[in-house]
Ligand binder design. Sequence first.
Ligand code: AMP
Length: 438
Amino acid sequence: MRENPDRTAGDRHMTYKAPRGTRDVLPEESWKWQRVERVFRATADRFVYREIRLPVFEETELFARGIGDATDIVRKEMYTFTDRKGRSLTLRPEGTAGVVRSFIEHSMGRGSRLTKLYYFCPMFRYERPQAGRYRQFWQWGLEAIGSMNPAVDAEIIHFSVNLFESLGLAGAEARINSAGCPTCTPSYNELLRDRLAGSLDQFCADCQVRYERNPRRMFDCKNKHCLELLKDAPSILESLCDECTQHFASVQDLLSRMSVRFVVDTSMARGLDYYTKTVFEVHYAGLGAQSALCGGGRYDALVEELGGAATPACGVSSGVERLMTALEDTGVMAAREPGPSVYVASLGSDAALAAATVIAELRKSVSVETDYQGRSLKAQMKEAGKLGAGHVVIIGEDEVARGVAVVKNMTTGEQDEVGVEKVAALLVERLASAGGGT
Ligand code: AMP
């Protein structure tokens, strides 16, 4: 076993830390993650996508073929290891390859059905950790496998915009383009090379390599000077074959019919090589330069590439950390976790017994917190306020002697004295009529 390079010799008695590039999501934050996941799953239900839970690791070869040997992910970023029997395995760096492997393995496309799947799970990439970049991060994604229909592309774009709007990012907008198909991209690549040949020496070294291998990738360059040089480059839309032209027009017609906000952005070339026809990103203007919230498109050749029968498909994926930051930066996500519906405060052992009955009854349907530290009633009231409890039930020594409890509404400040056996029913009714509960 090799030493952890993040530790020095003197560290031997140090306590442990989460591995570099990973982090704990603590309760102060995890409730926000739960909210995002809940809204995501509810949206998937409305669009009738069903969950697939994938293995955390797959054969290395699957990713090398599915993502592409030439990509940064495969060349530099995979967590690859050899197991005890010498198999090369890799922690999944993205979801599509695993979904397609599973689709083929379980013959999901039998009977020419359309298979609609979603995932929401962690991915692993050995990247240099920096703001918003982790070695374990989460993605949600959809894959619809088995149809050439442009309505499927439109559905996935609609889903993505709709999800962000449901989370409160009103004004999310799709940017769409076509990546063409094997019929039309070779002539576009030639056209692009022709037009850029004269200025090639002014491009960065990476772009000069892209020029030879796949000139469309030059649009992906982060270098401003390169992007400036590409300003007058011919648009792929002029080189599309009839089928791709029609497909792209249909996607736009459908999006308009569904009132999905979109613009055509001919400079968009998604990072992965496997895209065909529709490619898209959804952006939120409030986020500045890093405004993309998700990206996806059609990948009609991938299922066959991974050993299945030729099957068209379309998908999207999105980083959840990025989405969380967007929700926080735009102030869309409440800064505070909703408190428990009820806090039960009691003083003395008799009152604690009466309180136990009330708490057990209430917990059949609502969230209840109480005190186990033997604090004063005043301190317990303060704690209830700090937690943001909706109501407080107070059972002091005087109340327990008289068989009553005080019920206080923390929003209005109103309080009533109620027979202790009636407290639970009264609160359940009040919370239900206020649309509250847990
Ligand atoms: P990709 O699969 O490379 O297209 O990435 C899709 C999205 O996943 C990106 O836009 C990011 O939001 C997110 N993502 C990719 N890599 C990381 C990472 N190392 N840490 C956090 N999020 C990431």
